[in-house]
Design a protein around this ligand. Structure first.
Ligand code: NAD
Length: 331
């Protein structure tokens, strides 16, 4: 099948080409993000493959459908960037990669937490400059601390398992509680109680209309002073301006982000020669207790292999009219 693959980087290409030996699709790699301006590049392609910051809103889907696209293959889990209702109206099929490596993302959340707590980012810079002073480097033992896990699905559960290994107490909040979390020794509570009791909060729920700005000024006001907040899920779960206020007032003791509300304008590109115009993002970078990584939590060899295998299998299943186990359906 002819597939237009938007937003590709070298590492995507490497894994997709290797796995395609078993599928023989015609893969066309495009560096551009899928947007209104670039949708016409997929003219004549029955399948379009897209990633987290590509857009497939109603207008873009209209353009794709009118040019012959019937399948949108997301090479990620989240599908908040696709207008599912419009896709149904247009008779388009949407497939995704529901899980590629929950370990990759959970481990990255832990990496952000450990780095912030033990000030590894500051220590790295200091020792390179011959500054071995320990002033300002104090952390705390994770052992015995209370960790709040918001969203206890695949990634949240693994994060909880790792934190349990550190000897932490686990609190969970989820719309659909998972027995495995309770078996781990975790306790489900309502969100206000989790916010109120956790020393560390890590977000692992999807971005939906209900979870948009789940962490806003009100939620932050309910948190423990000095709370560590980690978000590897989706940027808009946090109202960034409220988080900045929380950092300024020291309510938030540290903030670790792999995702950011307006990341589509920034992430996955080398902007090091440019002046970044996003003042909110730039303000975040001024805090010594904030670490931002550019949506790299998924980026492990295992995850890229799974993404390539599942994406190409999804496309093959669609082409052969097989049952689509990874189809995304409008609710
Ligand atoms: P999952 O579907 O297995 O788990 C999500 C959990 O969140 C479910 O248990 C669900 O019931 C719960 N949930 C849904 N809405 C909620 C709400 N409003 N409040 C509380 N809980 C809610 O998904 P997963 O594989 O664990 O992935 C979680 C998220 O991680 C994805 O939605 C995606 O946004 C993000 N993600 C990020 C990266 C990255 O590279 N940073 C990579 C993959 C996934």
């Amino acid at each position: 099948m002819k597939v237009a693959i938007f937003n590709t980087k070298n590492y995507d290409r490497q894994f997709l080409e290797a796995v395609n030996v078993n599928h023989s699709h015609e893969l066309f790699f495009l560096e551009s993000l899928l947007s209104q301006n670039t949708a016409s590049l997929a003219a004549g392609f029955p399948a379009v493959c897209m990633f987290v910051n590509d857009q497939a809103d109603a207008t873009i889907l209209d353009t794709l459908a009118s040019n012959g696209t019937r399948l949108i293959a997301l090479r990620c889990a989240g599908f908040n960037n696709v207008d599912l209702a419009r896709a149904v109206e247009l008779g388009m099929t949407i497939v995704r990669v529901p899980t590629y490596s929950p370990y990759a993302v959970a481990e990255h959340a832990v990496a952000l937490l450990l780095t912030l707590n033990r000030k590894i980012h500051r220590s790295y810079n200091r020792t390179r400059e011959g500054n071995f002073s320990l002033e300002g480097m104090m952390g705390f033992d994770l052992y015995g601390r209370t960790v709040g896990v918001v969203g206890t699905g695949k990634i949240g559960l693994i994060f909880a398992q790792i934190m349990k290994g550190f000897g932490c107490q686990l609190l969970g909040y989820d719309l659909y509680p998972h027995p495995n979390f309770v078996e781990l020794g975790g306790k489900y509570v309502e969100l206000p109680e989790l916010l109120n009791s956790a020393d560390i909060i890590s977000l692992h729920c999807p971005l939906t209309p209900e979870s948009h700005h789940l962490i806003d000024q009100r939620a932050i006001s309910q948190m423990k002073p000095g709370v560590f907040l980690i978000n590897t899920s989706r940027g808009a779960l946090i109202d960034t301006k409220a988080a900045i206020q929380g950092l300024k007032s020291k309510k938030i003791g540290a903030l670790g982000l792999d995702v950011y509300e307006q990341e589509a304008d920034l992430f996955f590109k080398d902007l090091s020669e440019q002046i970044i115009q996003d003042d909110v993002f730039e303000r975040l970078l001024t805090f010594p207790n904030v670490i931002i990584t550019g949506h790299q939590a998924f980026l492990t060899q295992e995850a890229l292999q799974h993404i390539a295998e599942t994406t190409l299998s999804n496309i093959t299943d669609f082409e052969q009219g097989c049952f689509l186990k990874n189809e995304v359906k409008a609710q």
